[in-house]
Design a protein around this ligand. Structure first.
Ligand code: ADP
Length: 475
């Protein structure tokens, strides 16, 4: 067999080839069912002949979809590593160039390279860049070129005979919804696996994988600390969890300590989480005025969370220790069968307005800061989701992925409707915060004094605070 190094120079620019990835399924943690499914494929790949005699064939294509950083690339490399096959990787965005014909010829090159080392694995990351729906909106231009590339992928995949498949194509995307359906047809990417955000147990397992080469005082302490971090990292991806451990390692070295401790881990977590709008890394130096604004923000968010409680995702605590663009309120793991009704979507817009409404009320409309800007962004995003994607509003029952999908008169309609929802949400939010103004003040005081507040304390304050009745707000 040829050495991989003989891959031509022009190809090497966009294809990365590895003889052995050295990655195994042990490197991927959480979501055990994904590994079980893929292990099956590896078994077939390794004993292709034996399985074929029984009439079992390896799928030609596996599509991994889910948010960035959840381990899709890692899984593709693990399949290659476990099966002991060479790995050819390219990125969908590399196929799309200005020059006519480049996309199709690069696809051809990629498949030809992989075939000359077959059995082998091809990995195409961000496959949506080339494989999005034909005839759809031409985001970013290069539509015709992309279409040629997509057609070439389809041709290549249809080209291998089932009995000598020998090249497994793995695609990754976080935009399954925009892929051309032709790619998902039988005989192409016929195995579709969702790689989602890890659960708490999954996060604990991922942290353990990345703590393998790190020093802790003892095994017991390590378990306790990682368990705590797993608890605090709802909605974090595997890549982010890995970063936390790396950052904690760096902090430990900087302080000349031998072992990673709780303090370093929490500091690393804070850094991973926080976009430090003020540019200050040390939260003990948060200016007093910003601290006050943060405390009001968290208090307003807390009151709205009590007013429109989410039964499936109760809040647990909040604090003003770190400066994040999103409120610091933390929530429990989602539980039970969640079904969101229209009112839940609307309430989420109302809740999102809280930081802006309270800041305007306490500091004045000419004295708003980025806290309000971020809240406005989030509230508009949620309103747009309700209008464009749920089909529950006067906008109509179609689903629109992007505002750019809209023809001009629909764009105007969206503007009007979004304004209406945001006006209602702001008024409703303002009415709730006035009714519970005393609770807002008490929670703010507790936050300024102790830096943090638990769900129990929030609920107690909310229930016992005197209320100022308000006139109803109409949608
Ligand atoms: P994606 O391809 O989904 O964007 P990657 O595979 O590039 O994500 O993930 C980046 C890194 O994050 C991986 O190399 C790995 O170190 C870490 N990682 C992500 N998910 C996991 C996981 N489930 N288990 C262990 N490590 C993970």
């Amino acid at each position: 067999r040829q050495a991989l190094g003989s891959l031509g120079k022009s190809r090497a620019k966009f294809i990365s080839a590895e003889e052995k990835t050295g990655v195994t399924f042990d490197d991927f943690a959480g979501q055990e069912y994904i590994k079980r499914e893929l292990q099956e494929i590896v078994r077939i790949l390794k004993n292709e002949e034996e399985f074929q005699n029984k009439g079992i064939y390896c799928p030609k294509g596996v599509l991994l979809h889910g948010p960035p950083g959840t381990g899709k690339t890692l899984l593709a490399k693990a399949i290659a590593g476990e099966a002991g096959l060479p790995f050819f990787a390219a990125n969908g965005t590399d196929f799309v160039e200005m020059f006519v014909g480049v996309a199709a010829s690069r696809v051809k090159d990629l498949f030809a390279s992989a075939r000359s080392f077959a059995p082998s694995i091809i990995f195409i990351d961000e496959i949506d860049a080339i494989g999005s729906k034909r005839g759809g909106p031409d985001i970013g231009g290069g539509g015709a070129e992309r279409e040629q590339g997509l057609l070439q992928i389809l041709t290549e995949m249809d080209g291998f005979k089932v009995s000598t498949s020998q090249v497994l194509v793995i695609g990754a995307t976080n935009r399954l919804d925009i892929l051309d359906p032709a790619l998902l047809r039988k005989g192409r990417f016929d195995k579709i696996i969702r790689v989602g955000l890890p659960s708490k147990d999954g996060r604990f397992a991922i942290l353990k994988v990345h703590a393998r080469n790190k020093f802790f005082r003892s095994e017991e302490e390590k378990e306790v600390l990682l368990e705590e971090i797993a608890e605090l990292t709802l909605d974090f991806t595997g890549a982010e969890l890995q970063n936390i451990l790396n950052e904690a390692g760096i902090l430990t070295a900087r302080k000349d300590l031998d072992y990673i401790g709780r303090e370093e881990l929490l500091e690393a977590l804070k850094r991973q989480k926080g976009t430090f709008e003020t540019g200050q890394e040390d939260s003990s130096e948060v200016p007093e005025e910003l601290k006050l604004r943060l405390a009001y923000r968290e208090a307003a968010v807390a009151v709205l969370a009590c007013y429109y409680p989410d039964p499936h995702r109760p809040f647990t605590e909040t604090d003003i220790h770190s400066i994040c663009s999103q409120p610091n309120m933390r929530y429990a793991e989602t539980s039970g069968k969640v079904f969101a009704r229209k009112s839940d979507y609307v309430n989420s817009v109302v809740r999102a307005c809280a930081p802006r409404v309270i800041e305007e009320e306490m500091f004045g409309v000419d004295n708003l800061c980025w806290i309000s800007a971020k809240a406005t962004l989030e509230a508009s995003r949620l309103a747009e989701l309700l209008i464009l994607q749920t089909g529950m509003t006067a906008f109509g029952q179609a689903y629109y992925r992007y505002e750019s999908d809209l023809v001009p008169n629909l764009a105007a309609k969206l503007d009007t409707l979004r304004d209406e929802y945001l006006r209602f949400a702001t008024e409703k939010c303002s009415s709730v915060l006035q009714e519970y103004h005393s609770a807002v003040e008490t929670i703010t005081d507790i936050l300024l004094e102790k830096g943090e507040i638990s769900a129990e304390e929030i609920w107690e304050t909310y229930k016992n605070a005197p209320r100022i009745p308000q006139p109803p707000v109409h949608p």
